[in-house]
Design a protein around this ligand. Structure first.
Ligand SMILES: Nc1ncnc2c1ncn2[C@@H]1O[C@H](COP(=O)(O)OP(=O)(O)OP(=O)(O)O)[C@@H](O)[C@H]1O
Ligand SMILES: [Mg+2]
Length: 335
């Protein structure tokens, strides 16, 4: 339903989006992650026809955005970055206005406006001028405007930015609820949000795609994925060497233990599950285990590796080990 072919955007000599190709199908919720300036908003502006690409092609529901922008735009709803709204209108008036611009009239318009207000929980502020609303409420008016005509394609630029925790949860639930029969593309800086709502995660940096996969696959790229944190009472003799000698162990790092305790992080080879071996060893040696924790992998760690300057583009055959071997040694220290 969204098809990007070799999409490129240059601003003068600067390339903001660099040869991006991507297709997104019905039912998918695709999350764009990436550092500030990666090109996420620029890509979304091009998908929505707000900004023309320098080269490349975009299709939305089969309509070429370059040659048939009206048809493409009719099929999509867009929440731009920031909250560009008419400040002296009320949410109710703005939504009516947008609905009319979308071609809705009479009862269809009234019920679309009511439904959007209800779904974004704007009931308490419908008659208040937008300029007097708080940041989160402005964002919610923007979201109500995007979903007003129940479009097949939703492009949401940081939809939960500025929302309180209750509203974040509410908007995520709304996105999940709407996702079944639509395609939703959103950007976010909240790594956990991708896991909470997205079926697919992409990471962009310097205008290029560095990762495209499921949120679980993204987490599995972490060097901590399936590593085991083991906290022992006392300091058993030779514990580190014994752990390092286990079948399937890549390396063991001592961690700072609290007083009278020792702690280790055990990294598996080939991301294999090591918990049975580690607990069996602890049992056999009579170690008193205070705490064992299998690390599910850390999104912030993967994000750093993927978006570091000069990190290579994701290609089949490029393993995480190859990528992480280029990582600076202070990765652990900065954690
Ligand atoms: N109109 C413009 N003229 C010149 N440069 C621009 C223009 N619009 C965007 N850029 C540049 O393009 C790059 C990508 O910007 P973009 O807004 O797409 O980043 P982003 O990934 O959305 O970042 P953020 O996480 O901060 O929202 C930035 O370096 C930005 O300064
Ligand atoms: Mg942006």
């Amino acid at each position: 339903m969204i098809e990007l072919q070799a999409l490129t955007k240059r601003f003068g000599p600067f390339t903001a989006v660099d040869d991006l190709s991507l297709s997104v199908g019905r039912g998918e919720v695709l999350g764009f992650l990436g550092p500030n300036g990666a090109g996420k908003s620029t890509t979304m502006k091009m998908i929505t026809g707000f900004l023309p690409p320098t080269s490349g092609r975009i299709q939305v529901c089969g309509h070429d955005v370059g040659t048939h922008p009206r048809e493409a735009q009719a099929a999509l709803g867009y929440l731009p970055e920031g909250a560009p709204l008419y400040p002296d209108m009320t949410p109710a008036a703005l939504l009516r206005f947008c609905g009319e611009a979308r071609g809705l009239r009479g009862q269809a318009l009234r019920s679309a406006v009511d439904r959007a207000i209800e779904r974004t929980e704007l009931q308490g502020v419908t008659a208040q001028r937008i300029e007097t609303l708080s940041k989160g409420f402005k964002r919610r008016v923007g979201l109500a405007q995007a979903i007003l005509h129940d479009p097949e394609v939703l492009v949401l630029d940081e939809p939960t930015d500025g929302l309180d925790p209750n509203q974040k949860a509410q908007v995520r639930a709304l996105i999940r609820e709407m996702s079944g029969d639509k395609v939703i593309v959103l950007s976010t800086h909240i790594l956990e949000e991708v896991e909470a709502v997205c079926s697919r995660a992409t990471v962009m940096a310097e205008g290029r795609l560095r990762f495209d996969g499921t949120p679980a696959e993204l987490r599995q790229r972490s060097r901590f994925f399936r590593s085991i944190e083991l906290h022992l009472e006392g300091s058993p003799e030779g514990a580190q060497a014994a752990l390092a000698g286990l079948e399937g162990v890549e390396s063991v790092e001592p961690l700072e233990g609290s007083a009278g305790r020792s702690a280790f992080r055990v990294f598996p080879r080939d991301k294999r599950a090591l918990l049975p071996e580690v607990t069996a060893l602890a049992h056999a040696r009579g170690w008193s285990t205070e705490h064992v924790f299998v690390d599910p992998g850390r999104l912030d760690d993967v994000f750093r590796v993927l978006t570091r300057d000069g990190a290579r583009e994701e290609r089949p055959g490029t393993t995480f080990e190859q990528m992480s071997s280029e990582a600076p040694a202070q990765e652990e220290a900065t954690r």
